[in-house]
Ligand binder design. Structure first.
Ligand code: PLP
Length: 266
């Protein structure tokens, strides 16, 4: 991190959900920002009661309180990038979109969180259209996994060719770039992700790790945001974030009673 009184210090802001189990959401985002030596800010859009076996309750704070958190962050800090995670419903999405249209931060990383790996619903079905029309056009980058891409596009994405087409289709919906995560394809020993922008589509491959993990999507998106705060370009930020997630997964640990692995940020 830059010196304590450095006037040029840039912060990253996560607008997302809290995970009481500490593996995903706001908690993963702040750990990721810290590991990248970027100061982290948070505006909590939803609270989950959650452990490694699933989500047991969700509470969405009043919109006025979300706006108060955003005002507190934007009124005092130099925000280099905003990461959006669990936003729970259409009202929260509308409120966040209006604030971001007004505040115009340099970069917006949109993780279109919908369903947790455990199966818990983190976004109401009725909010999909608001996500598509209000947030995608604001996004510097959107980071869906395949099930999320399928919901955003309204059709299946079943193989690598379809992934290339899906990445282009997501650009056409208004995002400036796309990081499409291929981990859900039954693709043998390799996980193939795609980075797409106006220049074209690039592949990012990693060996598949044989484990069930929690918080990888949140960590990837917040690592991209941290890298953007540090001055990397969008493509570079994605490649570096992808390597970060792979390493954090490889050294992951099991803090709960299930086999679910949480990423190691240390
Ligand atoms: N809980 C919160 C608050 C999240 O934001 C997310 C994902 O973005 C999850 C849980 C789900 O994490 P995973 O699907 O990696 O288990």
């Amino acid at each position: 991190m830059a010196g304590m009184s450095d006037p040029a210090m840039i912060s990253a802001l996560t607008i997302a959900g809290s995970d009481s189990g500490g593996g995903a959401g706001i908690q993963a985002d702040l750990k990721t920002f810290a590991a990248h030596r970027v100061h982290g800010l948070s505006a909590i859009a939803a609270l989950t009661a959650q452990h490694t076996r699933g989500v047991t309750a969700v509470n969405v704070p009043p919109l006025d309180f979300l706006r108060a958190q955003l005002d507190a962050c934007f009124d005092d800090f130099r925000i280099g990038a905003v990461k959006l995670g669990m936003l729970a419903n259409a009202e929260v999405i509308e409120a966040v979109a209006s604030e971001l249209e007004r505040r115009r931060p340099g970069f917006m990383v949109l993780d279109p969180v919908m369903v947790a790996t455990s199966g818990a619903k983190l976004l109401e079905d009725s909010a999909l259209q608001a996500l598509r029309t209000r947030l995608l056009p604001l996004a510097s980058i959107v980071t869906p996994n395949l099930p999320e891409a399928e919901l955003l596009l309204g059709h299946p994405v079943a193989d690598r060719d379809a992934m290339h087409q899906a990445a282009q289709a997501l650009l056409a919906l208004g995002a400036r770039s796309v990081f499409l995560k291929g981990g859900h394809l039954p693709d043998g020993d390799t996980v193939m992700d795609l980075f797409a922008d106006a220049q074209g589509v690039r592949q990012i491959a990693h060996p598949r790790l044989q484990l069930e993990a929690h918080g990888t999507g949140c960590t990837l998106a917040s690592a991209i945001a941290a890298n953007l705060c540090r001055g990397l370009g969008l493509g570079e930020a994605c490649f570096a974030a992808s390597n970060y997630v792979h390493a954090a997964l490889k050294h992951g640990y099991r803090p709960g009673r299930s086999d679910i692995v949480v990423l190691d940020h240390y």
